[in-house]
Design a protein around this ligand. Sequence first.
Ligand code: AVI
Length: 355
Amino acid sequence: MAGGNRNPPVVAVGTASYHETVAAMAACSAHRTSYALEGRDRTATGDSLEFAHSVARGLDDSPRWLDCRYLYDAAGSHIFERICEQPEYYLTRTEGAILAAVGLDIALRTGSITLIELGSGSSIKTGLLLDAYCELYGNACYTPVDISSSILEHAREELAASLPDVQVAPLNSTYDGAFPIFREHSPAMLLFLGSTLGNLNEAESLDFWERVAANLSSGDYCLLGLDINEDAATIDAAYNDAAGWSEAFTRNLFARMNRELGSAIATDAIQHVAAFNRECSRVEIYARFQRAQSIYIEPFDRVFELEAGEQILTEISCKFRLEEMVPYLADFDFITEQIYTDSDKRFAVLLLERR
Ligand code: AVI
């Protein structure tokens, strides 16, 4: 154990700013039509063979699984944006409210630095933070990293219009391609928001933090957004929204297999099954096949036979305990300097300093 600050100060954000931020974010989303229509392709490898290999590996396994990275083709990314807007999906708006309320405090603590954001997407929430840096220092440097060039361009245009003092240097890349630039941009703060960490399994998380720690310089910062909700009812609701976007998200993965791998799956027979597993502190999302189904993988001319009622794991979404995360991050030489939460303790934003 590397030690570190085991009892960092926790700041709970009041609810007044929360409502203001919800309104501000709703106003922002009204300008997103072109991006939403175009959609976002986070994987965008254009490499169906890589997809086919991954699918075959998961379907060969027992129990069967699919890599959640492939949920985000253009259609899936559009659906995910809709999930974020649903009243049940508390993550996006709660994190936005926290950032709006504590942006200035964060900017004061870090000083004037470059912000690098992994999986930046529309950069809407980050705008709240960049605004604080501009207010304090007159300008800000921002490198959004995303696999989709179109979404980066759109975010750059939006920021140029709303925050002209932000110098935006986008990087069209996977996370892997971004690690080498951390050092060039030091002093920097890495943003990893939205509780995206929760979609990584234990081994992936370990690998991620080893790389982040190896590439950030001493004195650099990381701003980490984590879902810390413990209430099973609100968690279950967030992943089973009444409007049906969560189900559409799961089904789209199989529609993508039909489009790219010629899989011939009857997607209307797929039931979206998502429930909080308290013991593992994670939501597990499955596609349940209500009828027997043959899944064809055209590039390999292979067929997988599924029985009626069989389930495939499509995603996990871990929920975090701060008392476990602080020492976990200390093992990678990150000191938790400050923790910001909402008053309902559903979401936390951690300001970490690389030792
Ligand atoms: C991107 N990620 C943090 C989302 C989550 O909450 O785990 C993905 C998601 N899957 C279904 N709904 C949302």
